[in-house]
Structure formats: C-alpha cells, structure tokens
Design a protein around this ligand. Structure first.
Ligand SMILES: NC(=O)C1=CN([C@@H]2O[C@H](COP(=O)(O)OP(=O)(O)OC[C@H]3O[C@@H](n4cnc5c(N)ncnc54)[C@H](O)[C@@H]3O)[C@@H](O)[C@H]2O)C=CC1
Ligand SMILES: O=C([O-])CC(=O)C(=O)O
Length: 279
C-alpha cells in the first residue's frame, strides 16, 4: 500500500515576482502534493491581482492576522527582510513551517536564535532555499574545513538602484560608466546595505562560516545584463569556485530568475515525499 503525506497547504507572504511564480507553480500542479491556502501582501491590490490569475482562487489579505487565521501547513516569505523579521518567528509559533527568501534578515543573530528556538519549541521547520546561487550543498559538506569564503556579485547599476547603501555612500550609481567595485565587507554588513541584492550572502554564510567571516564584494557593471554571483571557498578540503550568470526576472531586475526556480524547487522537495537528490 502506498502511504503519501497529506497535501501541504501553502500560504504566501509577498505577491511580487517570486510569490506570484510560486503561487502559479502550486496552482498549476507543478508543485505536487500541495494546494494554495492563502495570499498576503501589504499592498492589497497585489494579493488580489495574483488571486485573479489563479485557478483555485485562494483568499487574499492585506492584514497579517487575518491571513494567519487561514489553515496553512507552510508559509513562504517572499516579501522583504522587514517582513521576514516581523513574521518568521510568528509563523513557527503558530505551528506552521516557514520558508524564508529574504534570508538577509537571518544575519541578525538574535533574530536567528529566536526563529530557531520557535522552530524547536513548535517542532516545525525553517526552510532556506539555495536561491540565486549554486554550490550550497558542497559548502555545507565542508563547513568545518573552510578557511575563507568570498562572494563576488556583479549586477548592472539598474539592478542595484535603490539600495540603502547609496544613502550614505559617495558612490553615485548614475556616474558609474565602467565596471566598478562599489562595496567590500562582511556578509553581515552587505545584507543591510543591499537588502534586495545579496540575500544570497546570508544563505552562503548560514551554510558555511557565518556572516562575520564570509566576505562580499559588489561590482556595478553597466555592460552587464545578467546577475552574476561567484563564490570562492578555500580550506583543507581544497578549493571551490562556483559562478552563476543569471537572467534577471522579467518583473524585477534585482531578482534572478534562478531565485524563482529555486523557491519552487525547495517547495517541491518539502511537499513531495518522493526521491530527494543532493545533500
Ligand atoms: N534568497 C535569494 O536568493 C533571493 C532573495 N530575494 C528576496 O526575496 C524577496 C522577494 O523578492 P521578489 O519577489 O523579487 O520581490 P518583489 O519586490 O517583486 O515582491 C515583493 C512583494 O512583497 C510585498 N511586501 C513587501 N514587504 C512586505 C511586508 N512587510 N508584508 C507583506 N508584503 C510585503 C511587496 O508589496 C511586493 O508585492 C525580496 O526580499 C528579495 O530581496 C530575491 C532574490 C534572490
Ligand atoms: O537574485 C539575485 O541575483 C540575488 C538577490 O537578489 C539576492 O540575493 O537578494
């Protein structure tokens, strides 16, 4: 007799680029053994507009408490670091799994400890997708042997625009006419300065040697049409170099299409009780 996990009821926080594609993947059956339970976005129209595109017409909310009253097993945050900070622990406390895309929020050690404590208390899980990079499986496997990890992110000025970094920096993006390194520092500082650009630095840090030892370099290159992330890692295991050259999402040049696909793949592996590939 085949015994399947019951279908997972999925709630989505943030109905933008990633949230919409994820909702469509569940709605169309591309994520098996899952159903869409509920949508939430601070912008009421965004949740409603997404609902109109779906076959299953899940309830759409702009109030978090109302959203949380719906029956969900897993809630995906695909909104902002602010949203991840506000809601991740609450979701776990309510007895639901949480998948976080705005992983930079978890660079805050006090928040990470609180979220992990809630996960332990409730017996639910925090899922962190690989996102817009590659090689996280290998980094995890050698985490105790790592000496250094560096992420070099190259994006067009258009994809970096609006980052809080520019509020205090001397760098003026509209004056960047050639490939320019605009930031070098720790992952902890990078995710605060570029909250919509290098959440991947937090994923890499959580998998490896932490936000204070993982170094980040950000390059603005007007000739770039892709979002490139290059990871170099060294240690007694040898040396890794992983480079991805990602097509940006049509709706949001900051977000790589790979991030959308990774979110879908992570949810698929959570919901489907079949084979799991990779560590
Ligand atoms: N981990 C990774 O590899 C990656 C993470 N990201 C992050 O994932 C998140 C989602 O990305 P996108 O879908 O491209 O963004 P988006 O800007 O296209 O959509 C975000 C949606 O969330 C809503 N929102 C923002 N703050 C909210 C809040 N406090 N409560 C409820 N709704 C809120 C917005 O109204 C918008 O509809 C962003 O934080 C982004 O930086 C993006 C790419 C890669
Ligand atoms: O999508 C990407 O290329 C990476 C990104 O925005 C992030 O990590 O926040």
């Amino acid at each position: 007799m085949l015994v399947h996990m019951p279908a997972r009821r999925v709630g989505i926080i943030g109905c933008g680029t990633i949230g919409s594609q994820l909702a469509i993947a569940v709605d169309t059956g591309a994520v098996r053994n899952a159903s869409l339970a509920s949508l939430f976005d601070v912008v009421q129209n965004s949740a409603q507009a997404l609902k109109q595109k779906l076959r299953t017409s899940p309830p759409a909310f702009s109030d978090f408490d109302d959203f949380m009253k719906t029956d969900c097993d897993i809630i995906v945050e695909a909104a902002s670091q602010e949203a991840a900070k506000k809601f991740a622990a609450k979701v776990l406390r309510a007895g639901k799994d949480v998948m976080v895309m705005s992983v930079g929020a978890l660079a805050d050690k006090a928040l990470l400890a609180e979220v992990l404590k809630e996960a332990e208390k409730s017996g639910r899980r925090l899922y962190v997708p690989t996102g817009a990079i590659a090689g996280i499986d290998a980094i995890r496997a050698v985490r105790h042997l790592l000496d250094s990890v560096t992420l070099t992110t190259t994006k067009s000025p258009k994809a970096l625009a609006g980052a809080p970094f520019f509020e205090t920096s001397k760098v003026k993006l509209d004056e960047v006419k050639e490939r320019t390194t605009i930031y070098e520092g720790t992952a902890a500082d990078a995710v605060r300065a570029f909250p919509a650009n290098v959440n991947v630095a937090a994923v890499l840090s959580l998998a490896g040697i932490g936000v204070d030892r993982t170094m980040v370099r950000i390059i603005a290159d007007p000739a770039f049409t892709t979002n490139q992330h290059e990871i170099t890692a060294k240690g007694s295991f040898g040396e890794f170099r992983f480079t991805v050259n990602n097509v940006p999402s049509p709706g949001n040049p900051k977000t790589s299409y790979l991030a959308v696909l990774s979110a879908i793949e992570c949810l698929r592996s959570v919901c489907d009780d079949g084979m799991r590939i990779g560590s």
